[in-house]
Design a protein around this ligand. Structure first.
Ligand SMILES: *Cc1c(COP(=O)(O)O)cnc(C)c1O
Length: 375
């Protein structure tokens, strides 16, 4: 089965991991610091603080900027639940902003959602396509809000040749197995803000600072959310290959764009000329006439070897959110969920695989195209 996204682990990755396993430090050694430096030099951000997952990184980011009970956070429902979960655990409330047909937050609808309780804007670079971050930053600046960018999909994405990682107050990346690069599980917060960076280091490691000799002092509340040395060694090895991974996913994406152009039954995500996308996903947006057939289309694609997936059920549709915050319904986010399918596009695929995916997808779509849904 060709997967919508998957890892590529090669011999040099394995050697880096094995060397670390044979070394003296499995945790709290130099590998984590090396990986953090590599993340800074790759993205251009001043500070990188790694965590054992992006979920932990989000928890850290929201905590160190003092998001708390009574705060409102403007965010997108088209994301993985962790984006919102980690500020909800702090007592803050999600204020859902609708998305555009590319899956990204609609920057033109943010401002009207701001209230005196708004604390931060949390956009997500869907599939790796950068959000309109300059516009979002301008709104945030005008209203004195923070911008925390969940860039879990977008390591390696850029705008005007500047990498995602230092546009927002804090930027979160995920190194989960299927994300643009992997440490098996892992995440990081990148920031140019020294105060946040210091607080994040304390937060991930018990709030303890080392003093002279054996002495240490716990100065703030903290957890153990550290990345292991083994994971960091894998991360450094993977990061060297990120551009190669992206080039491959980009080549496949361009091939799909070409095969799918002028097709009337669906849309694809357009990457703007001044942007690079990590191409974490290749999303297809089915036309409304195909929405009622999506389950059949999904099943047939899977049966024919395409490991497709749907990104995402709007977060507000989950039982927990309905029970806690009541029913929410945004037209484009709802429609996006009814229409979206992510087809296989990953760095392990050959161009023959890509051709098989495009041929099969078009074949299945044509088969269903005559059975239009009625409204
Ligand atoms: C994967 C993902 C996360 C969570 O990342 P983990 O590393 O699995 O904790 C958060 N937000 C988005 C948008 C993601 O895709």
């Amino acid at each position: 089965m060709l997967s919508y996204s998957t890892q590529l682990i090669e011999d040099d990755d394995i050697e880096a991991v094995v060397a670390t396993l044979k070394s003296n430090y499995l945790t709290q050694g130099l590998r984590v610091a090396e990986f953090e430096e590599a993340l800074c030099s790759y993205t251009g951000a001043k500070y990188a603080i790694t965590f054992n997952s992006a979920t932990s990184a989000l928890q850290g980011a929201y905590s160190v900027c003092d998001i708390k009970e009574g705060d409102e956070i403007i965010t997108t429902p088209v994301s993985f639940v962790a984006t919102a979960n980690m500020f909800v655990t702090l007592g803050a409330e999600p204020v859902w902003c609708d998305v555009k047909l590319d899956g990204n937050i609609d920057e033109n609808q943010i401002e009207k959602l701001i209230t005196p309780r708004t604390k931060a804007i949390v956009p997500v670079d869907f599939a790796g396509k950068p959000v309109k971050i300059q516009k979002i930053n301008a709104i945030a600046k005008k209203h004195r809000l923070l911008v925390i960018e969940d860039a879990s999909h977008a390591l390696g994405s850029s705008i005007n040749e500047k990498k995602i990682g230092s546009f927002a107050d804090m930027t979160i990346f995920s190194f989960h197995a299927i994300k643009p690069i992997t440490t098996s599980e892992g995440g990081a917060v990148l920031t140019d803000n020294e105060v946040f960076a210091k607080a994040l280091r304390l937060f991930r490691s018990h709030g303890i600072v080392k003093k002279e000799f054996w002495n240490s002092d716990m100065v703030s509340m903290g957890y153990n959310l550290r990345m292991t040395e083994v994971a960091a060694a894998l991360g450094s090895s993977q990061l060297k290959k990120l551009d190669k991974f992206i080039a491959k996913r980009d080549k496949i994406s361009h091939y799909f764009d070409e095969r799918f152009k002028n097709k009337k039954m669906f849309l694809t995500q357009k990457i703007e000329p001044n942007q690079v996308s990590s191409r974490h996903l290749y999303p297809i947006i089915l036309n409304p006439e195909l929405q009622c057939l999506k389950e059949e289309i999904f099943t047939e694609l899977q049966e024919r070897g395409l490991g497709v997936q749907v990104h995402y059920k709007p977060i507000y549709h989950n039982s927990f959110y309905k029970e806690k915050f009541g029913e929410v319904s945004l037209p484009v986010a709802n429609d996006f969920y009814r229409s979206e399918i992510s087809i296989p596009c990953n760095q392990t695929m050959s161009m023959e695989d890509a051709k098989y995916v495009a041929d099969t997808f078009l074949d299945v779509i044509h088969k269903y195209a005559h059975r239009k849904c009625s409204f």
